[in-house]
Design a protein around this ligand. Structure first.
Ligand SMILES: NC(=O)c1ccc[n+]([C@@H]2O[C@H](COP(=O)([O-])OP(=O)(O)OC[C@H]3O[C@@H](n4cnc5c(N)ncnc54)[C@H](O)[C@@H]3O)[C@@H](O)[C@H]2O)c1
Length: 374
């Protein structure tokens, strides 16, 4: 069996490649070695036996070249950022997916399965229960509310605070460019898959963590940023009040979810959450990580917020559990595995400041003025 993994030089893609190799698959990777993710070129962890095609998922001829002779496709390549180049999100994440099916049809390829990497981001501000109005999928919190430092989500109809619910697959409410492109990607994949009879599954990963997360990518998030700050004896900066709930899933559990849906016919043409199913506040996360690193450093909570961030995002994972998958690893494992990997680097100092500075420059991070003045 031959598998194509797009984005196979990246974090989730490369771990999936390793797991597929263990299962005896021949592997082709299509990856453009995006310099924001791989400023030092092709990563050393890519196994020698992998056929590496350097190319772009937005380019039809690169897709054609990469699809030749493959039985399964795991589409991981993506544009993930907080920057306002909207069309890049759509081209890289959704158009690439349409190109895969276009080429499958044109070339009459017999592909047994396509798995696409979607994201918990498609839930937007999420799903809430209002005492008065029942289930609500609220819009993004208004900027005036965030500027007041009023962080919890209010019912758009009555203004009451609402109770956050575990995110269920049947509802999606994307509103930032990345989420919009990921939701489009899912729809394109599952529906074109059905149209062509190519079994397809979309997985909405929660925040995935572990070794090989790019140290350079501005998007790659909390573990990288907090770890690097703490390693330099600086306090991590927490947005909002730190009580926002998140869902951190270990890379090994995500890879096992990929493997399960590759094998499972029952999964075909469906969308599944892949998460830990456990809420962790950002503050708890920072405290646990500082403890792991042996640093007695309190995080800073200056009242900054990031436009477009959801307040609470914890996925309901019962649908994938019903197929026999369950997360096996927790935050402790995430920190242990990530830190072992980070400690193997010698030159990480300058990168985290650069990432923060770029986001400030592009006005993606704002400060809640009420708290600033206080
Ligand atoms: N990491 C997470 O927490 C997370 C959460 C939800 C969803 N996802 C999704 O999972 C997938 C993998 O994410 P990741 O964290 O491994 O990201 P990553 O940045 O580590 O890897 C992505 C890879 O895609 C490649 N790539 C980017 N643009 C490309 C293009 N135009 N053509 C070819 N290759 C290109 C990059 O070079 C990189 O190797 C993505 O689709 C992402 O949207 C990730």
């Amino acid at each position: 069996m031959k598998a194509l993994v797009t984005g196979g030089a990246g974090f989730i893609g490369s771990h999936t490649v390793d797991r597929l190799l263990e299962e005896g698959y021949e592997i082709r990777v299509l990856d453009n070695l995006d310099p924001k993710v791989h400023p030092k070129g092709k990563p050393g962890y890519i196994a020698e036996e992998v056929e590496f095609v350097e190319g772009d998922v937005r380019n039809k001829e690169d897709i054609r070249r990469a699809l030749r002779g493959v039985d399964i496709i795991v589409h991981q390549a993506a544009y993930q950022d907080y920057l306002p180049d909207y069309s890049t999100f759509v081209h890289t994440n959704a158009v690439s997916t349409a190109l895969i099916y276009e080429v499958i049809r044109e070339e009459g390829l017999s592909v047994e399965k396509v798995v696409v990497a979607s994201s918990q981001a498609v839930y937007g501000e999420g799903q809430y229960r209002c005492r008065e109005h029942g289930l609500v999928q609220p819009p993004a919190r208004p900027q005036e509310q965030l500027d007041r430092g009023d962080w919890e989500v209010r019912c758009p109809a009555c203004g009451r605070y609402m109770e956050p619910l575990p995110l269920k697959e049947e509802y999606a409410n994307p509103y930032n460019p990345y989420a919009l492109s990921k939701y489009s990607q899912e729809l394109v994949a599952v529906r074109l898959g059905r149209l062509l009879g190519v079994p397809t599954v979309a997985l909405r990963y929660s925040i995935t963590q572990g070794p090989r997360q790019s140290l350079y990518n501005q998007y790659s998030g909390i573990c990288r940023i907090f770890t690097l700050k703490l390693l330099h004896d600086k306090p991590p900066i927490i947005y909002e009040d730190g009580k926002q709930r998140r869902d951190y899933v270990h890379i090994d559990d995500v890879v096992e979810a990929n493997m399960l849906v590759l094998r499972s016919e029952e999964a075909n043409y469906q969308v599944f959450n892949v998460g830990s199913g456990r809420p962790t506040t950002v503050l708890e996360y920072a405290e646990l990580l500082a403890g792991k690193l042996g640093k007695d450093i309190e995080p800073l909570i200056p009242g900054e917020y990031r436009l477009g961030d959801a307040r609470h995002s914890v996925s309901d994972i019962s649908k994938l559990r019903q197929l026999g998958w369950s997360p096996k690893k927790g935050l402790e494992d995430i920190f242990d595995d990530y830190l072992t990997w980070v400690e193997s680097f010698g030159d990480i100092g300058k990168y985290f400041e650069e990432a923060d500075r770029t986001m400030w420059e592009r006005r993606v991070i704002r400060r809640a003025s009420a708290l600033c003045e206080a």
